[in-house]
Structures are given as structure tokens and as C-alpha cells.
Design a protein around this ligand. Structure first.
Ligand code: GLA
Length: 386
């Protein structure tokens, strides 16, 4: 991401020298809708990011400029309330980092990014974590990375209204070049695993669909999982949430709870199981079986968890007979956004051409493709000359 334009705009608007902070979007290899059930996820930060130029302004006001939208907005530190639009993310981060002990001060900020919006690549987490990381430095704070993650997650809950799990903010903050993070969302313990896909690439296919139901359906899925846990607890009181339920245990409840609730819960339990197997395959370099786990994830997300959409299903179906694709599935919250595809490197160009054409012919829509590179997580740096 080019910072020069951001710094130039900052200097033009605020006549000051800024600090630069940046945070990336993420992919997730497998482990979808498992994070808020205390399960496991396997994300990685990518080379698409949100970039901020920020400086103290000695007032009690925050002035923000969204360069991509060419829009400016401001708010006072003593009256931070959730409103509409992108300024909510800035407000949320200021308010939630303050709760973690980062005393707010007035500042000016210009930001922009190349994380596609609404594509399931966590542009909002990149926005939150990039700003939180920058403010921590600007205010001489001592927030840990985990504080930054948790404050950013709470900003999403309390200011954007989505009761998201921890995956996106964790990946954006803790990401490392060429590594995927196996995160235990209950304990927050994590391991970096090398994703050796030599001879292959991760390709994202963007449906260009952003579903308006995404956030309300997301919150509903969360409630359905909790409802299932209540039923399971009657037989197994030691269960805290779906993380504690095995595939075998889950089967005992078929016909014993509402079918929709059963489908939701069994998907989550199976997805945790698939993730464990996927990690073993990944560590052994067995990409064929890793790909099978990825396909299994899509099947569950589409049929049992019902967070896919016709466009995502179409893109996954298009890969089933393609020998150059080892695995494909929808990625992120669902109802639109991207599929993630593990594709043989020498076939990537042909794959993108074929998929783009098939999507246009079959769904009448334009598809966008990104060949993803796994890059570092959130960080700050001194401004470069504009
Ligand atoms: C969104 C949320 C994450 C996670 C995914 C689904 O990206 O922000 O916390 O729940 O959906 O895996």
C-alpha cells in the first residue's frame, strides 16, 4: 500500500508530521464460525492493509479524513457515542482502548487502504487494529498486542454492532510473514505454523456480493449455537460451549433438539475436528488432504450452517472438476465476499480466466481475483517524506 499519498494529504490538511501505522486484512485457511464458540481458527495476515497517518493535535477533538472516500469527520473526546458510517470505527477504537487504560488525547488522522470492503477479508479489523496500534504508540501507551486485539473486537461489538469473535483482530495484529496462526480462541494460546504450499498459490475469488443480512444473521448464528449448548448441557453439565463437544457426543443429539439448531451445532463441532486434521496435513505437506478438509468446510458452511449464498456456492462448484484446484471454500462470515482456493501455481492464470468467465456467464456478475501473499501484522513506523 502506497503511503506517500496518505502522508501528503495529512500534511496538506493538518500541517504536521505524522506517525504511520498499518494493519493487514486476513485469510482463514479453515475454522470458520468456530471462534465465538471457543474453538480453533487458522488465519494469516495478508499483503493488503489499512494505513494511517496520525499526530497529536493538542485539542480535545479527533479529526479524521478517509482518503478513499474523500470524506472528513470529527468528534469530541468527551462525547463519544456510536453513530453511523466509518467514523464509528474511529470512535470505537478510541473508546475501547481507553477502557484498557489508554488515556485518549486529541489527534488528527488520514487513512486509506486496499483491503477490499465487505469481501470477508476483515477490512474492519484492519481499520481497528491499525488505528489502535498507532494510538498506542502516539499516546506512549503500554497496551499489549492482546489488549489491542480485545479493544478492537469490542469496538466491533459496541460500535459496529457485530458480535464477532476474536479471529480477525488477532490475525491482523499477530500476523507474521509466511505463517498461519493456529489460535485457540478459548485460551488465546497460539502457534505459528509454516504454510508450505510450494508449487501452489492461495487465490481469492471475490463474488462482489455483500449481503445486507450478514450482521443480523451472524448474531443469530451465535444465539443458535448457545441454544444448542443449553440442550447439550442437560445431559453433559460439564460442557461450557461447543468447543467441548466431540463429533460422537454431538451425534447423540440428532432428533433430540430442533433440526436447525442441531445442524448449526454439528457444523461447528465438525469444523473444529476438520481444523485439527487440516493442521496435521499442513504440517506433513499433504496438500491434497488439506484441500479435502477445505472442501468439507464449505459443504458444512453451505448446507448445515447456511451462511453461504448462490454466488459463493457457484464459485466453489466451478472448481470441483478442476485438477488444478486442491480445495475451495467460502471464507469469513459469509453471505458474500470471497472464496479461498488452493491452486497449482502454473495454472493460476488459466484458473482466474476460467472462473471470471464462468461467473459472468453463470451469474451475470463480475468476479475479482487476488493472489494472496502472507505478510506481517500491525506495526508502526516513522513517516516517510511525502
Ligand atoms: C467474521 C468474524 C470472525 C469470525 C468469522 C467467521 O469474520 O469477524 O470473528 O467469526 O466471521 O469465521
Amino acid at each position: 500500500m502506497q503511503t506517500t499519498a496518505i502522508v501528503a494529504k495529512f500534511e496538506e490538511l493538518f500541517k504536521n508530521e505524522p506517525l504511520i501505522s498499518r494493519a493487514p486484512g486476513r485469510v482463514n485457511i479453515i475454522g470458520e464460525h468456530t471462534d465465538y464458540n471457543d474453538g480453533f481458527v487458522l488465519p494469516a495476515s495478508v499483503d493488503k492493509e489499512m494505513v494511517f497517518a496520525i499526530a497529536l493535535n493538542g485539542t480535545d477533538t479527533v479529526n479524521a479524513f478517509a482518503l478513499d472516500l474523500n470524506e472528513q469527520d470529527s468528534f469530541k473526546l468527551d462525547s463519544i457515542v456510536p453513530t453511523e458510517g466509518w467514523i464509528n470505527y474511529i470512535k470505537g477504537v478510541v473508546a475501547e482502548t481507553a477502557k484498557k487504560g489508554l488515556e485518549p488525547q486529541g489527534f488528527d488522522v488520514v487513512f486509506a487502504g486496499d483491503v477490499p470492503l465487505g469481501a470477508g477479508m476483515s477490512s474492519s479489523a484492519a481499520l481497528e487494529c491499525g488505528l489502535a496500534t498507532g494510538l498506542n504508540k502516539l499516546f506512549n501507551g503500554d497496551l499489549s498486542k492482546l489488549d489491542i486485539v480485545l479493544a478492537s473486537q469490542m469496538s466491533e461489538h459496541n460500535y459496529a454492532g457485530v458480535k464477532c469473535g476474536i479471529m480477525d483482530q488477532f490475525a491482523s495484529t499477530y500476523g507474521q510473514t509466511n505463517k498461519v496462526i493456529k489460535l485457540d480462541c478459548r485460551t488465546k494460546e497460539y502457534e505459528y505454523h509454516t504454510l508450505d504450499i510450494t508449487g501452489h498459490k492461495l487465490v481469492l475469488c471475490n463474488t462482489n456480493v455483500t449481503h445486507s443480512l450478514a450482521s443480523s444473521e451472524y448474531n443469530t448464528r451465535r444465539e443458535q449455537c448457545e441454544a444448542g449448548v443449553e440442550v447439550i448441557k442437560k445431559k453433559y453439565p460439564e460442557i461450557i460451549n461447543l468447543r467441548d463437544v466431540t463429533v460422537e457426543m454431538m451425534k447423540e443429539f440428532e432428533g433430540e433438539m430442533d433440526q436447525v439448531i442441531y445442524n448449526r451445532c454439528s457444523y461447528v463441532v465438525e469444523e473444529n475436528d476438520r481444523l485439527e486434521k487440516a493442521c496435521e496435513f499442513m504440517d506433513k505437506g499433504d496438500l491434497v488432504n488439506l484441500g479435502k478438509m477445505i472442501y468439507g468446510s464449505h459443504e458444512g458452511l453451505s448446507k448445515k450452517y447456511e451462511v453461504s449464498c448462490p454466488e459463493l456456492d457457484f464459485l466453489v462448484e466451478q472448481t470441483l472438476d478442476d485438477d488444478s484446484v486442491l480445495g475451495a471454500r467460502m471464507m469469513g462470515g459469509g453471505f458474500g465476499g470471497c472464496t479461498i482456493n488452493l491452486v497449482k501455481e502454473d495454472a493460476v492464470d488459466a484458473f482466474i480466466d476460467r472462473m471470471t468467465k464462468a461467473y459472468k456467464d453463470g451469474m451475470g456478475k463480475d468476479m475479482l481475483a487476488y493472489v494472496v501473499v502472507i505478510g506481517p501484522g500491525a506495526r508502526t513506523e516513522e513517516a516517510v517524506e511525502a
